[in-house]
Design a protein around this ligand. Structure first.
Ligand code: SF4
Length: 462
């Protein structure tokens, strides 16, 4: 998962606009948060707001927060401090806190930061217009309640939002589940996002159709534990197959699957459909079975490795990325070495590795945090240095190969250079002025940089 992401939303050309109608959204956390921010942006636009990149220029600022680790949570309070100072000279400015920290901390944010006007949790995005009205009437809004399950399914993505789903360039997110029932011992998500709710398959296919008709060449389906999807008789396999069979969808990605809910049938499905990209983000978290058990992951490292081996056999050029935690309570040096062993065996193309930090409200928070901070740092550095070498070798192996690339952006600094991603999710830049966002092309990989590739156009696929 990614952290500390600032979503830059497009500015309108219309500059004759009152300051109080401008809004800025700052997003921390994972793709699900990015998607929620896109929903907030669509609602604000509907309410007459114009989005701005400049926080100081905005009359309404929303911070969409992440509490999955300590660091992003600290950053939220530091940003709130900065905003509070701006608001002292600009008293009409509205400040809202959304997302996981808002869900978890609720009223205490209003008590701690008196400049904050509204706090709303992950089930209450659709209430944004009501909250803004309340704030304009001089109230402070607090919306952190959970919706009843039935209502939750209906309002998870309300009808009016279905039609306004956001296509960013040529890509779109599509949330298929919300929440998680797994309760991994280190994870706060079940408390901040609630119990697992899956949308009806037909409703998802309808949204996918809307996104494709609005220019989405690639859809990434999202869920905290995406492959735990189940709605009526439909399970993740059925939904993935139906989405992959949509005639006009060029690429389909999904994140994040749980190893427990992964099976060889899903690997076969990935191999059978060219539209399902050859990339999987499969978090393994730790190499030791004792630690995996303490984490309540529900699988052993052997089971994880068997599933990965089958995937690699079926899709030889698959790229596998993962999440790892080092220094979980009680992790010995030997157990950490088991994590390194998995990294060397699987050869992940990228790893999101973190030092364990206790999250209040989780089961692991009650365990003694035995690994000293310095030792956690030492383990993290060992792991990253092994991974750096593996990643470098993987990038070297890509040079000289032909890859299908979806162009998704112009290089922010280099004129005439376009950026995209290979089917197996490597970032690639191509010097070719004729290319446009949304082009799906074949590229020969001619070189590599530290974490990305460069290529030349061979031919346009579409
Ligand atoms: S599967 Fe585990 S780590 Fe993932 S969201 Fe659910 S509880 Fe958290």
């Amino acid at each position: 998962m990614k952290f500390s992401v600032l979503i830059r939303l497009p500015l309108s050309k219309n500059t004759i606009i009152k300051e109080m109608e401008k809004a800025h959204i700052h997003t921390f956390g994972c793709q699900m948060n990015e998607h929620d921010s896109q929903r907030m942006a669509a609602i604000l636009k509907r309410e007459g707001y114009q989005l701005t990149d400049d926080i100081k220029d905005a009359g309404l600022v929303l911070i969409n927060t992440c509490s999955v680790r300590e660091n992003p949570e600290n950053k939220v309070y530091s940003l709130l401090g900065r905003l509070s100072r701006i608001k002292r000279n600009k008293p009409d400015m509205i400040i809202g806190v959304a997302g996981c920290v808002a869900q978890q901390e609720g009223e205490s944010i209003l008590k701690r930061v008196k400049e904050v006007d509204m706090v709303f949790g992950t089930d209450n995005v659709f209430n944004l217009p009501t909250m803004i009205t309340e704030v304009k009437q001089g109230k402070r809004a607090l919306y952190t309640g959970w919706l009843p399950r039935e209502k939750n399914i209906q309002n998870f993505i309300p009808d009016q939002e279905l039609e306004s789903g956001t296509v960013d360039g040529c890509k779109a997110y599509l949330a298929i589940t919300k929440g998680c029932d797994n309760y991994c011992s280190f994870c706060i998500v079940p408390s901040t996002r609630g119990k697992l709710v899956s949308r009806e398959k037909e409703n998802i296919l309808e949204e996918a159709g809307n996104l494709i008709s609005k220019g989405a060449n690639e859809i990434q389906i999202l869920g905290q534990n995406v492959n735990s999807y189940r709605a009526g008789d439909a399970v993740f396999y059925d939904l993935l197959e139906s989405l992959a069979s949509l005639p006009d969808l060029k690429r389909l990605r999904f994140t994040s699957p749980h190893p427990n809910d992964w099976n060889n049938r899903l690997s076969d499905l990935m191999a059978a459909h060219t539209s399902i990209c050859n990339h999987i983000h499969l978090p393994f978290q730790a190499g030791s079975d004792r630690i995996l058990d303490l984490m309540k992951r529900g699988h052993t490292s052997k089971e994880f490795l068997e599933k990965v081996a089958y995937l690699k056999e079926k899709i030889p050029d698959i790229s596998i990325t993962t999440d790892v935690i080092v220094g979980f309570p009680g992790e010995s040096e030997e157990e950490f070495k088991e994590t390194l062993k998995i990294i060397e065996l699987v050869r992940f193309s990228q790893i999101y590795a973190f030092k364990y930090s206790s999250r209040p409200g989780t089961k692991a928070a009650k365990m003694k945090d035995t690994v000293p901070r310095k030792e956690k740092e030492n383990r993290l550095q060992q792991l990253l240095s092994i991974q750096e070498k593996i990643q470098s070798e993987i990038l070297d192996q890509m040079v000289g190969t032909k890859q299908q690339v979806l162009i998704d952006s112009a290089h922010p600094k280099e004129r005439g250079v376009m950026n995209g991603r290979s089917d197996n999710n490597f970032p690639i830049s191509i010097v070719e002025r004729s290319l446009e966002i949304g082009d799906l092309i074949t590229v020969e990989i001619t070189g590599r940089k530290k974490h990305s590739l460069t290529g030349t156009l061979i031919n346009a696929c579409i």
